[in-house]
Design a protein around this ligand. Structure first.
Ligand code: UDP
Ligand code: MG
Length: 198
């Protein structure tokens, strides 16, 4: 058996989790971080960030690293949806808290086994529409907004929907950083690891 507490560096599944502007404005930052902490996810990156809306607000060096503007690149799969413009307004309306969470992964039988942080974080977060999100989930407990004609759900938090999107949203590929830059993530091991995974 592999020694306990081996944490992978680059192979670990990671989720990009973001407290949206309504979560920050409503004073829910501590509550939301606490839920992921208590679950046992390992926090690898954390910052308060004001997402620029226009290219004009993005400094030259950021343009160089970013193919697009953060929020529009982040939600590019939704760009044809009627709520896309209001979604961008919403995400750029105030500071967000950007986080990277990873599950503990141990090497065993030559295979990487993980707790599946991406799917698990989505369960903690709950359904997109806060009125349909189950009690016990973050959105079910803490959000209510359903919007009007082109509904833009203010649902306090984002979580990556697949490991690949987790990578896309976090990772710094050459010249294509999205929410985090090289050097902003912290590689560390938690003393809790042996108590969370066998
Ligand atoms: N959204 C919305 N109306 C919709 C669907 C989505 O306002 O009908 C917003 C909402 O804020 C949501 C975000 O767009 O969180 C991204 O949509 P997605 O379908 O990816 O939902 P999520 O992954 O956040 O649950
Ligand atoms: Mg999504």
């Amino acid at each position: 058996a592999a020694p306990r507490g081996i944490v992978a560096s680059s192979e670990v599944e990671q989720s990009y989790i973001m407290i949206k502007p309504d979560g920050v404005q409503r004073g829910l930052v501590g509550e939301i971080i606490s839920r992921f902490e208590k679950k046992g996810f390992l926090l690898k990156g954390l910052k308060l960030f004001r997402c620029p809306k226009d290219l004009a607000q993005v400094c030259f060096i950021r343009i160089y690293y970013l193919p697009f503007i953060f929020s529009q690149e982040h939600y590019k799969d939704l760009k044809d949806k009627p709520f896309f413009p209001t979604l961008i307004d919403y995400i750029t309306s105030g500071p967000v808290v950007c986080m990277v969470s990873t599950s503990f992964v141990i090497l065993s039988c030559k295979a990487w086994e993980g707790a599946g942080v991406v799917a698990s974080a989505r369960k903690l977060i709950g359904a997109t529409n806060p009125l349909q999100a189950e009690p016990g989930t973050i959105r079910g407990d803490l959000a209510v907004q359903t919007g009007r004609s082109a509904p833009t759900f203010m649902n306090v938090v984002h979580g990556s929907d697949s490991p690949d999107n987790g990578k896309r949203e976090i990772v710094t590929l050459l010249f294509a950083a999205l929410w985090f830059k090289e050097g902003e993530l912290c590689q560390w091991e938690s003393v809790q690891t042996p108590w969370l995974v066998e």
